[in-house]
Design a protein around this ligand. Sequence first.
Ligand code: ZN
Length: 265
Amino acid sequence: MRSSFKDGQTRRSVLSGCACSLTMLLPTPLCADSDRGCLTASIEEEGQSSPASAQSANARIVSVIGSRLLSVLGEAAPTFDYEFKLGRFSPSASPDCLNTRATIRFPANLVSELGSGEAVTYVLGHEIAHVAQYVASSNLKRQICQGRSVDVRTYELMADAISGWCYRILFPGATSDIVLSTISKLSDYEFSNAAHHGTVTERISAFNLGTSASDKRMRLSVVNLVNNIALFEEAIFPSRQIESFNSAQDKRDYYLRRLFVSPRS
Ligand SMILES: [Zn+2]
């Protein structure tokens, strides 16, 4: 990773499904009522390889789900300008190093391949989370813009946690089974690669950390997360754990209280 978080190199799965069935899964209204909603988003289709009707349906899906994710993110992250680009390229989130704009790329075909609104929400939420990380941490953005190395795995897993938090708000009754299956299928197994995103177990653990926070109605602060890297790593990586706990639930609650913001009483 040099100039952005790229998540597509190892995404090879091909799932059955079609854009039309996805569209049917989407509730109305089309646009979220948010200053980050679809009114400020534009979709530029790059290098299309599918029929125009399928591209149009996929673009609409990305726009709607992206708007909903950004609306849910709300005050959890500083405001940023963004642009969705739909095309052949791998999923990625690239900051504009001169301002707060960012570009989120989403492969048009991946919308169809994922085959469910839940799975698209998870993947798109992960990319939007990267943008939130950039604007929440000027240090991280500086490192990326200067081509310096960062701990890819930690920020990737944090993006999974942020996506999990958003996902649970948008799908409060879902079992997460579709997303957990998607994580398993999309994860890379290049453990010694500097761009490794974490094992399936780590990615699911991170996603579940986010959903658990949502379940407890805890608020997300991306600034708080990026400023507590070591604590986040403790929560995800057993080898980094300093505290001892009587149960897995005690451990989960301990890190939730420190990484997320308790609801107002
Ligand atoms: Zn990523």
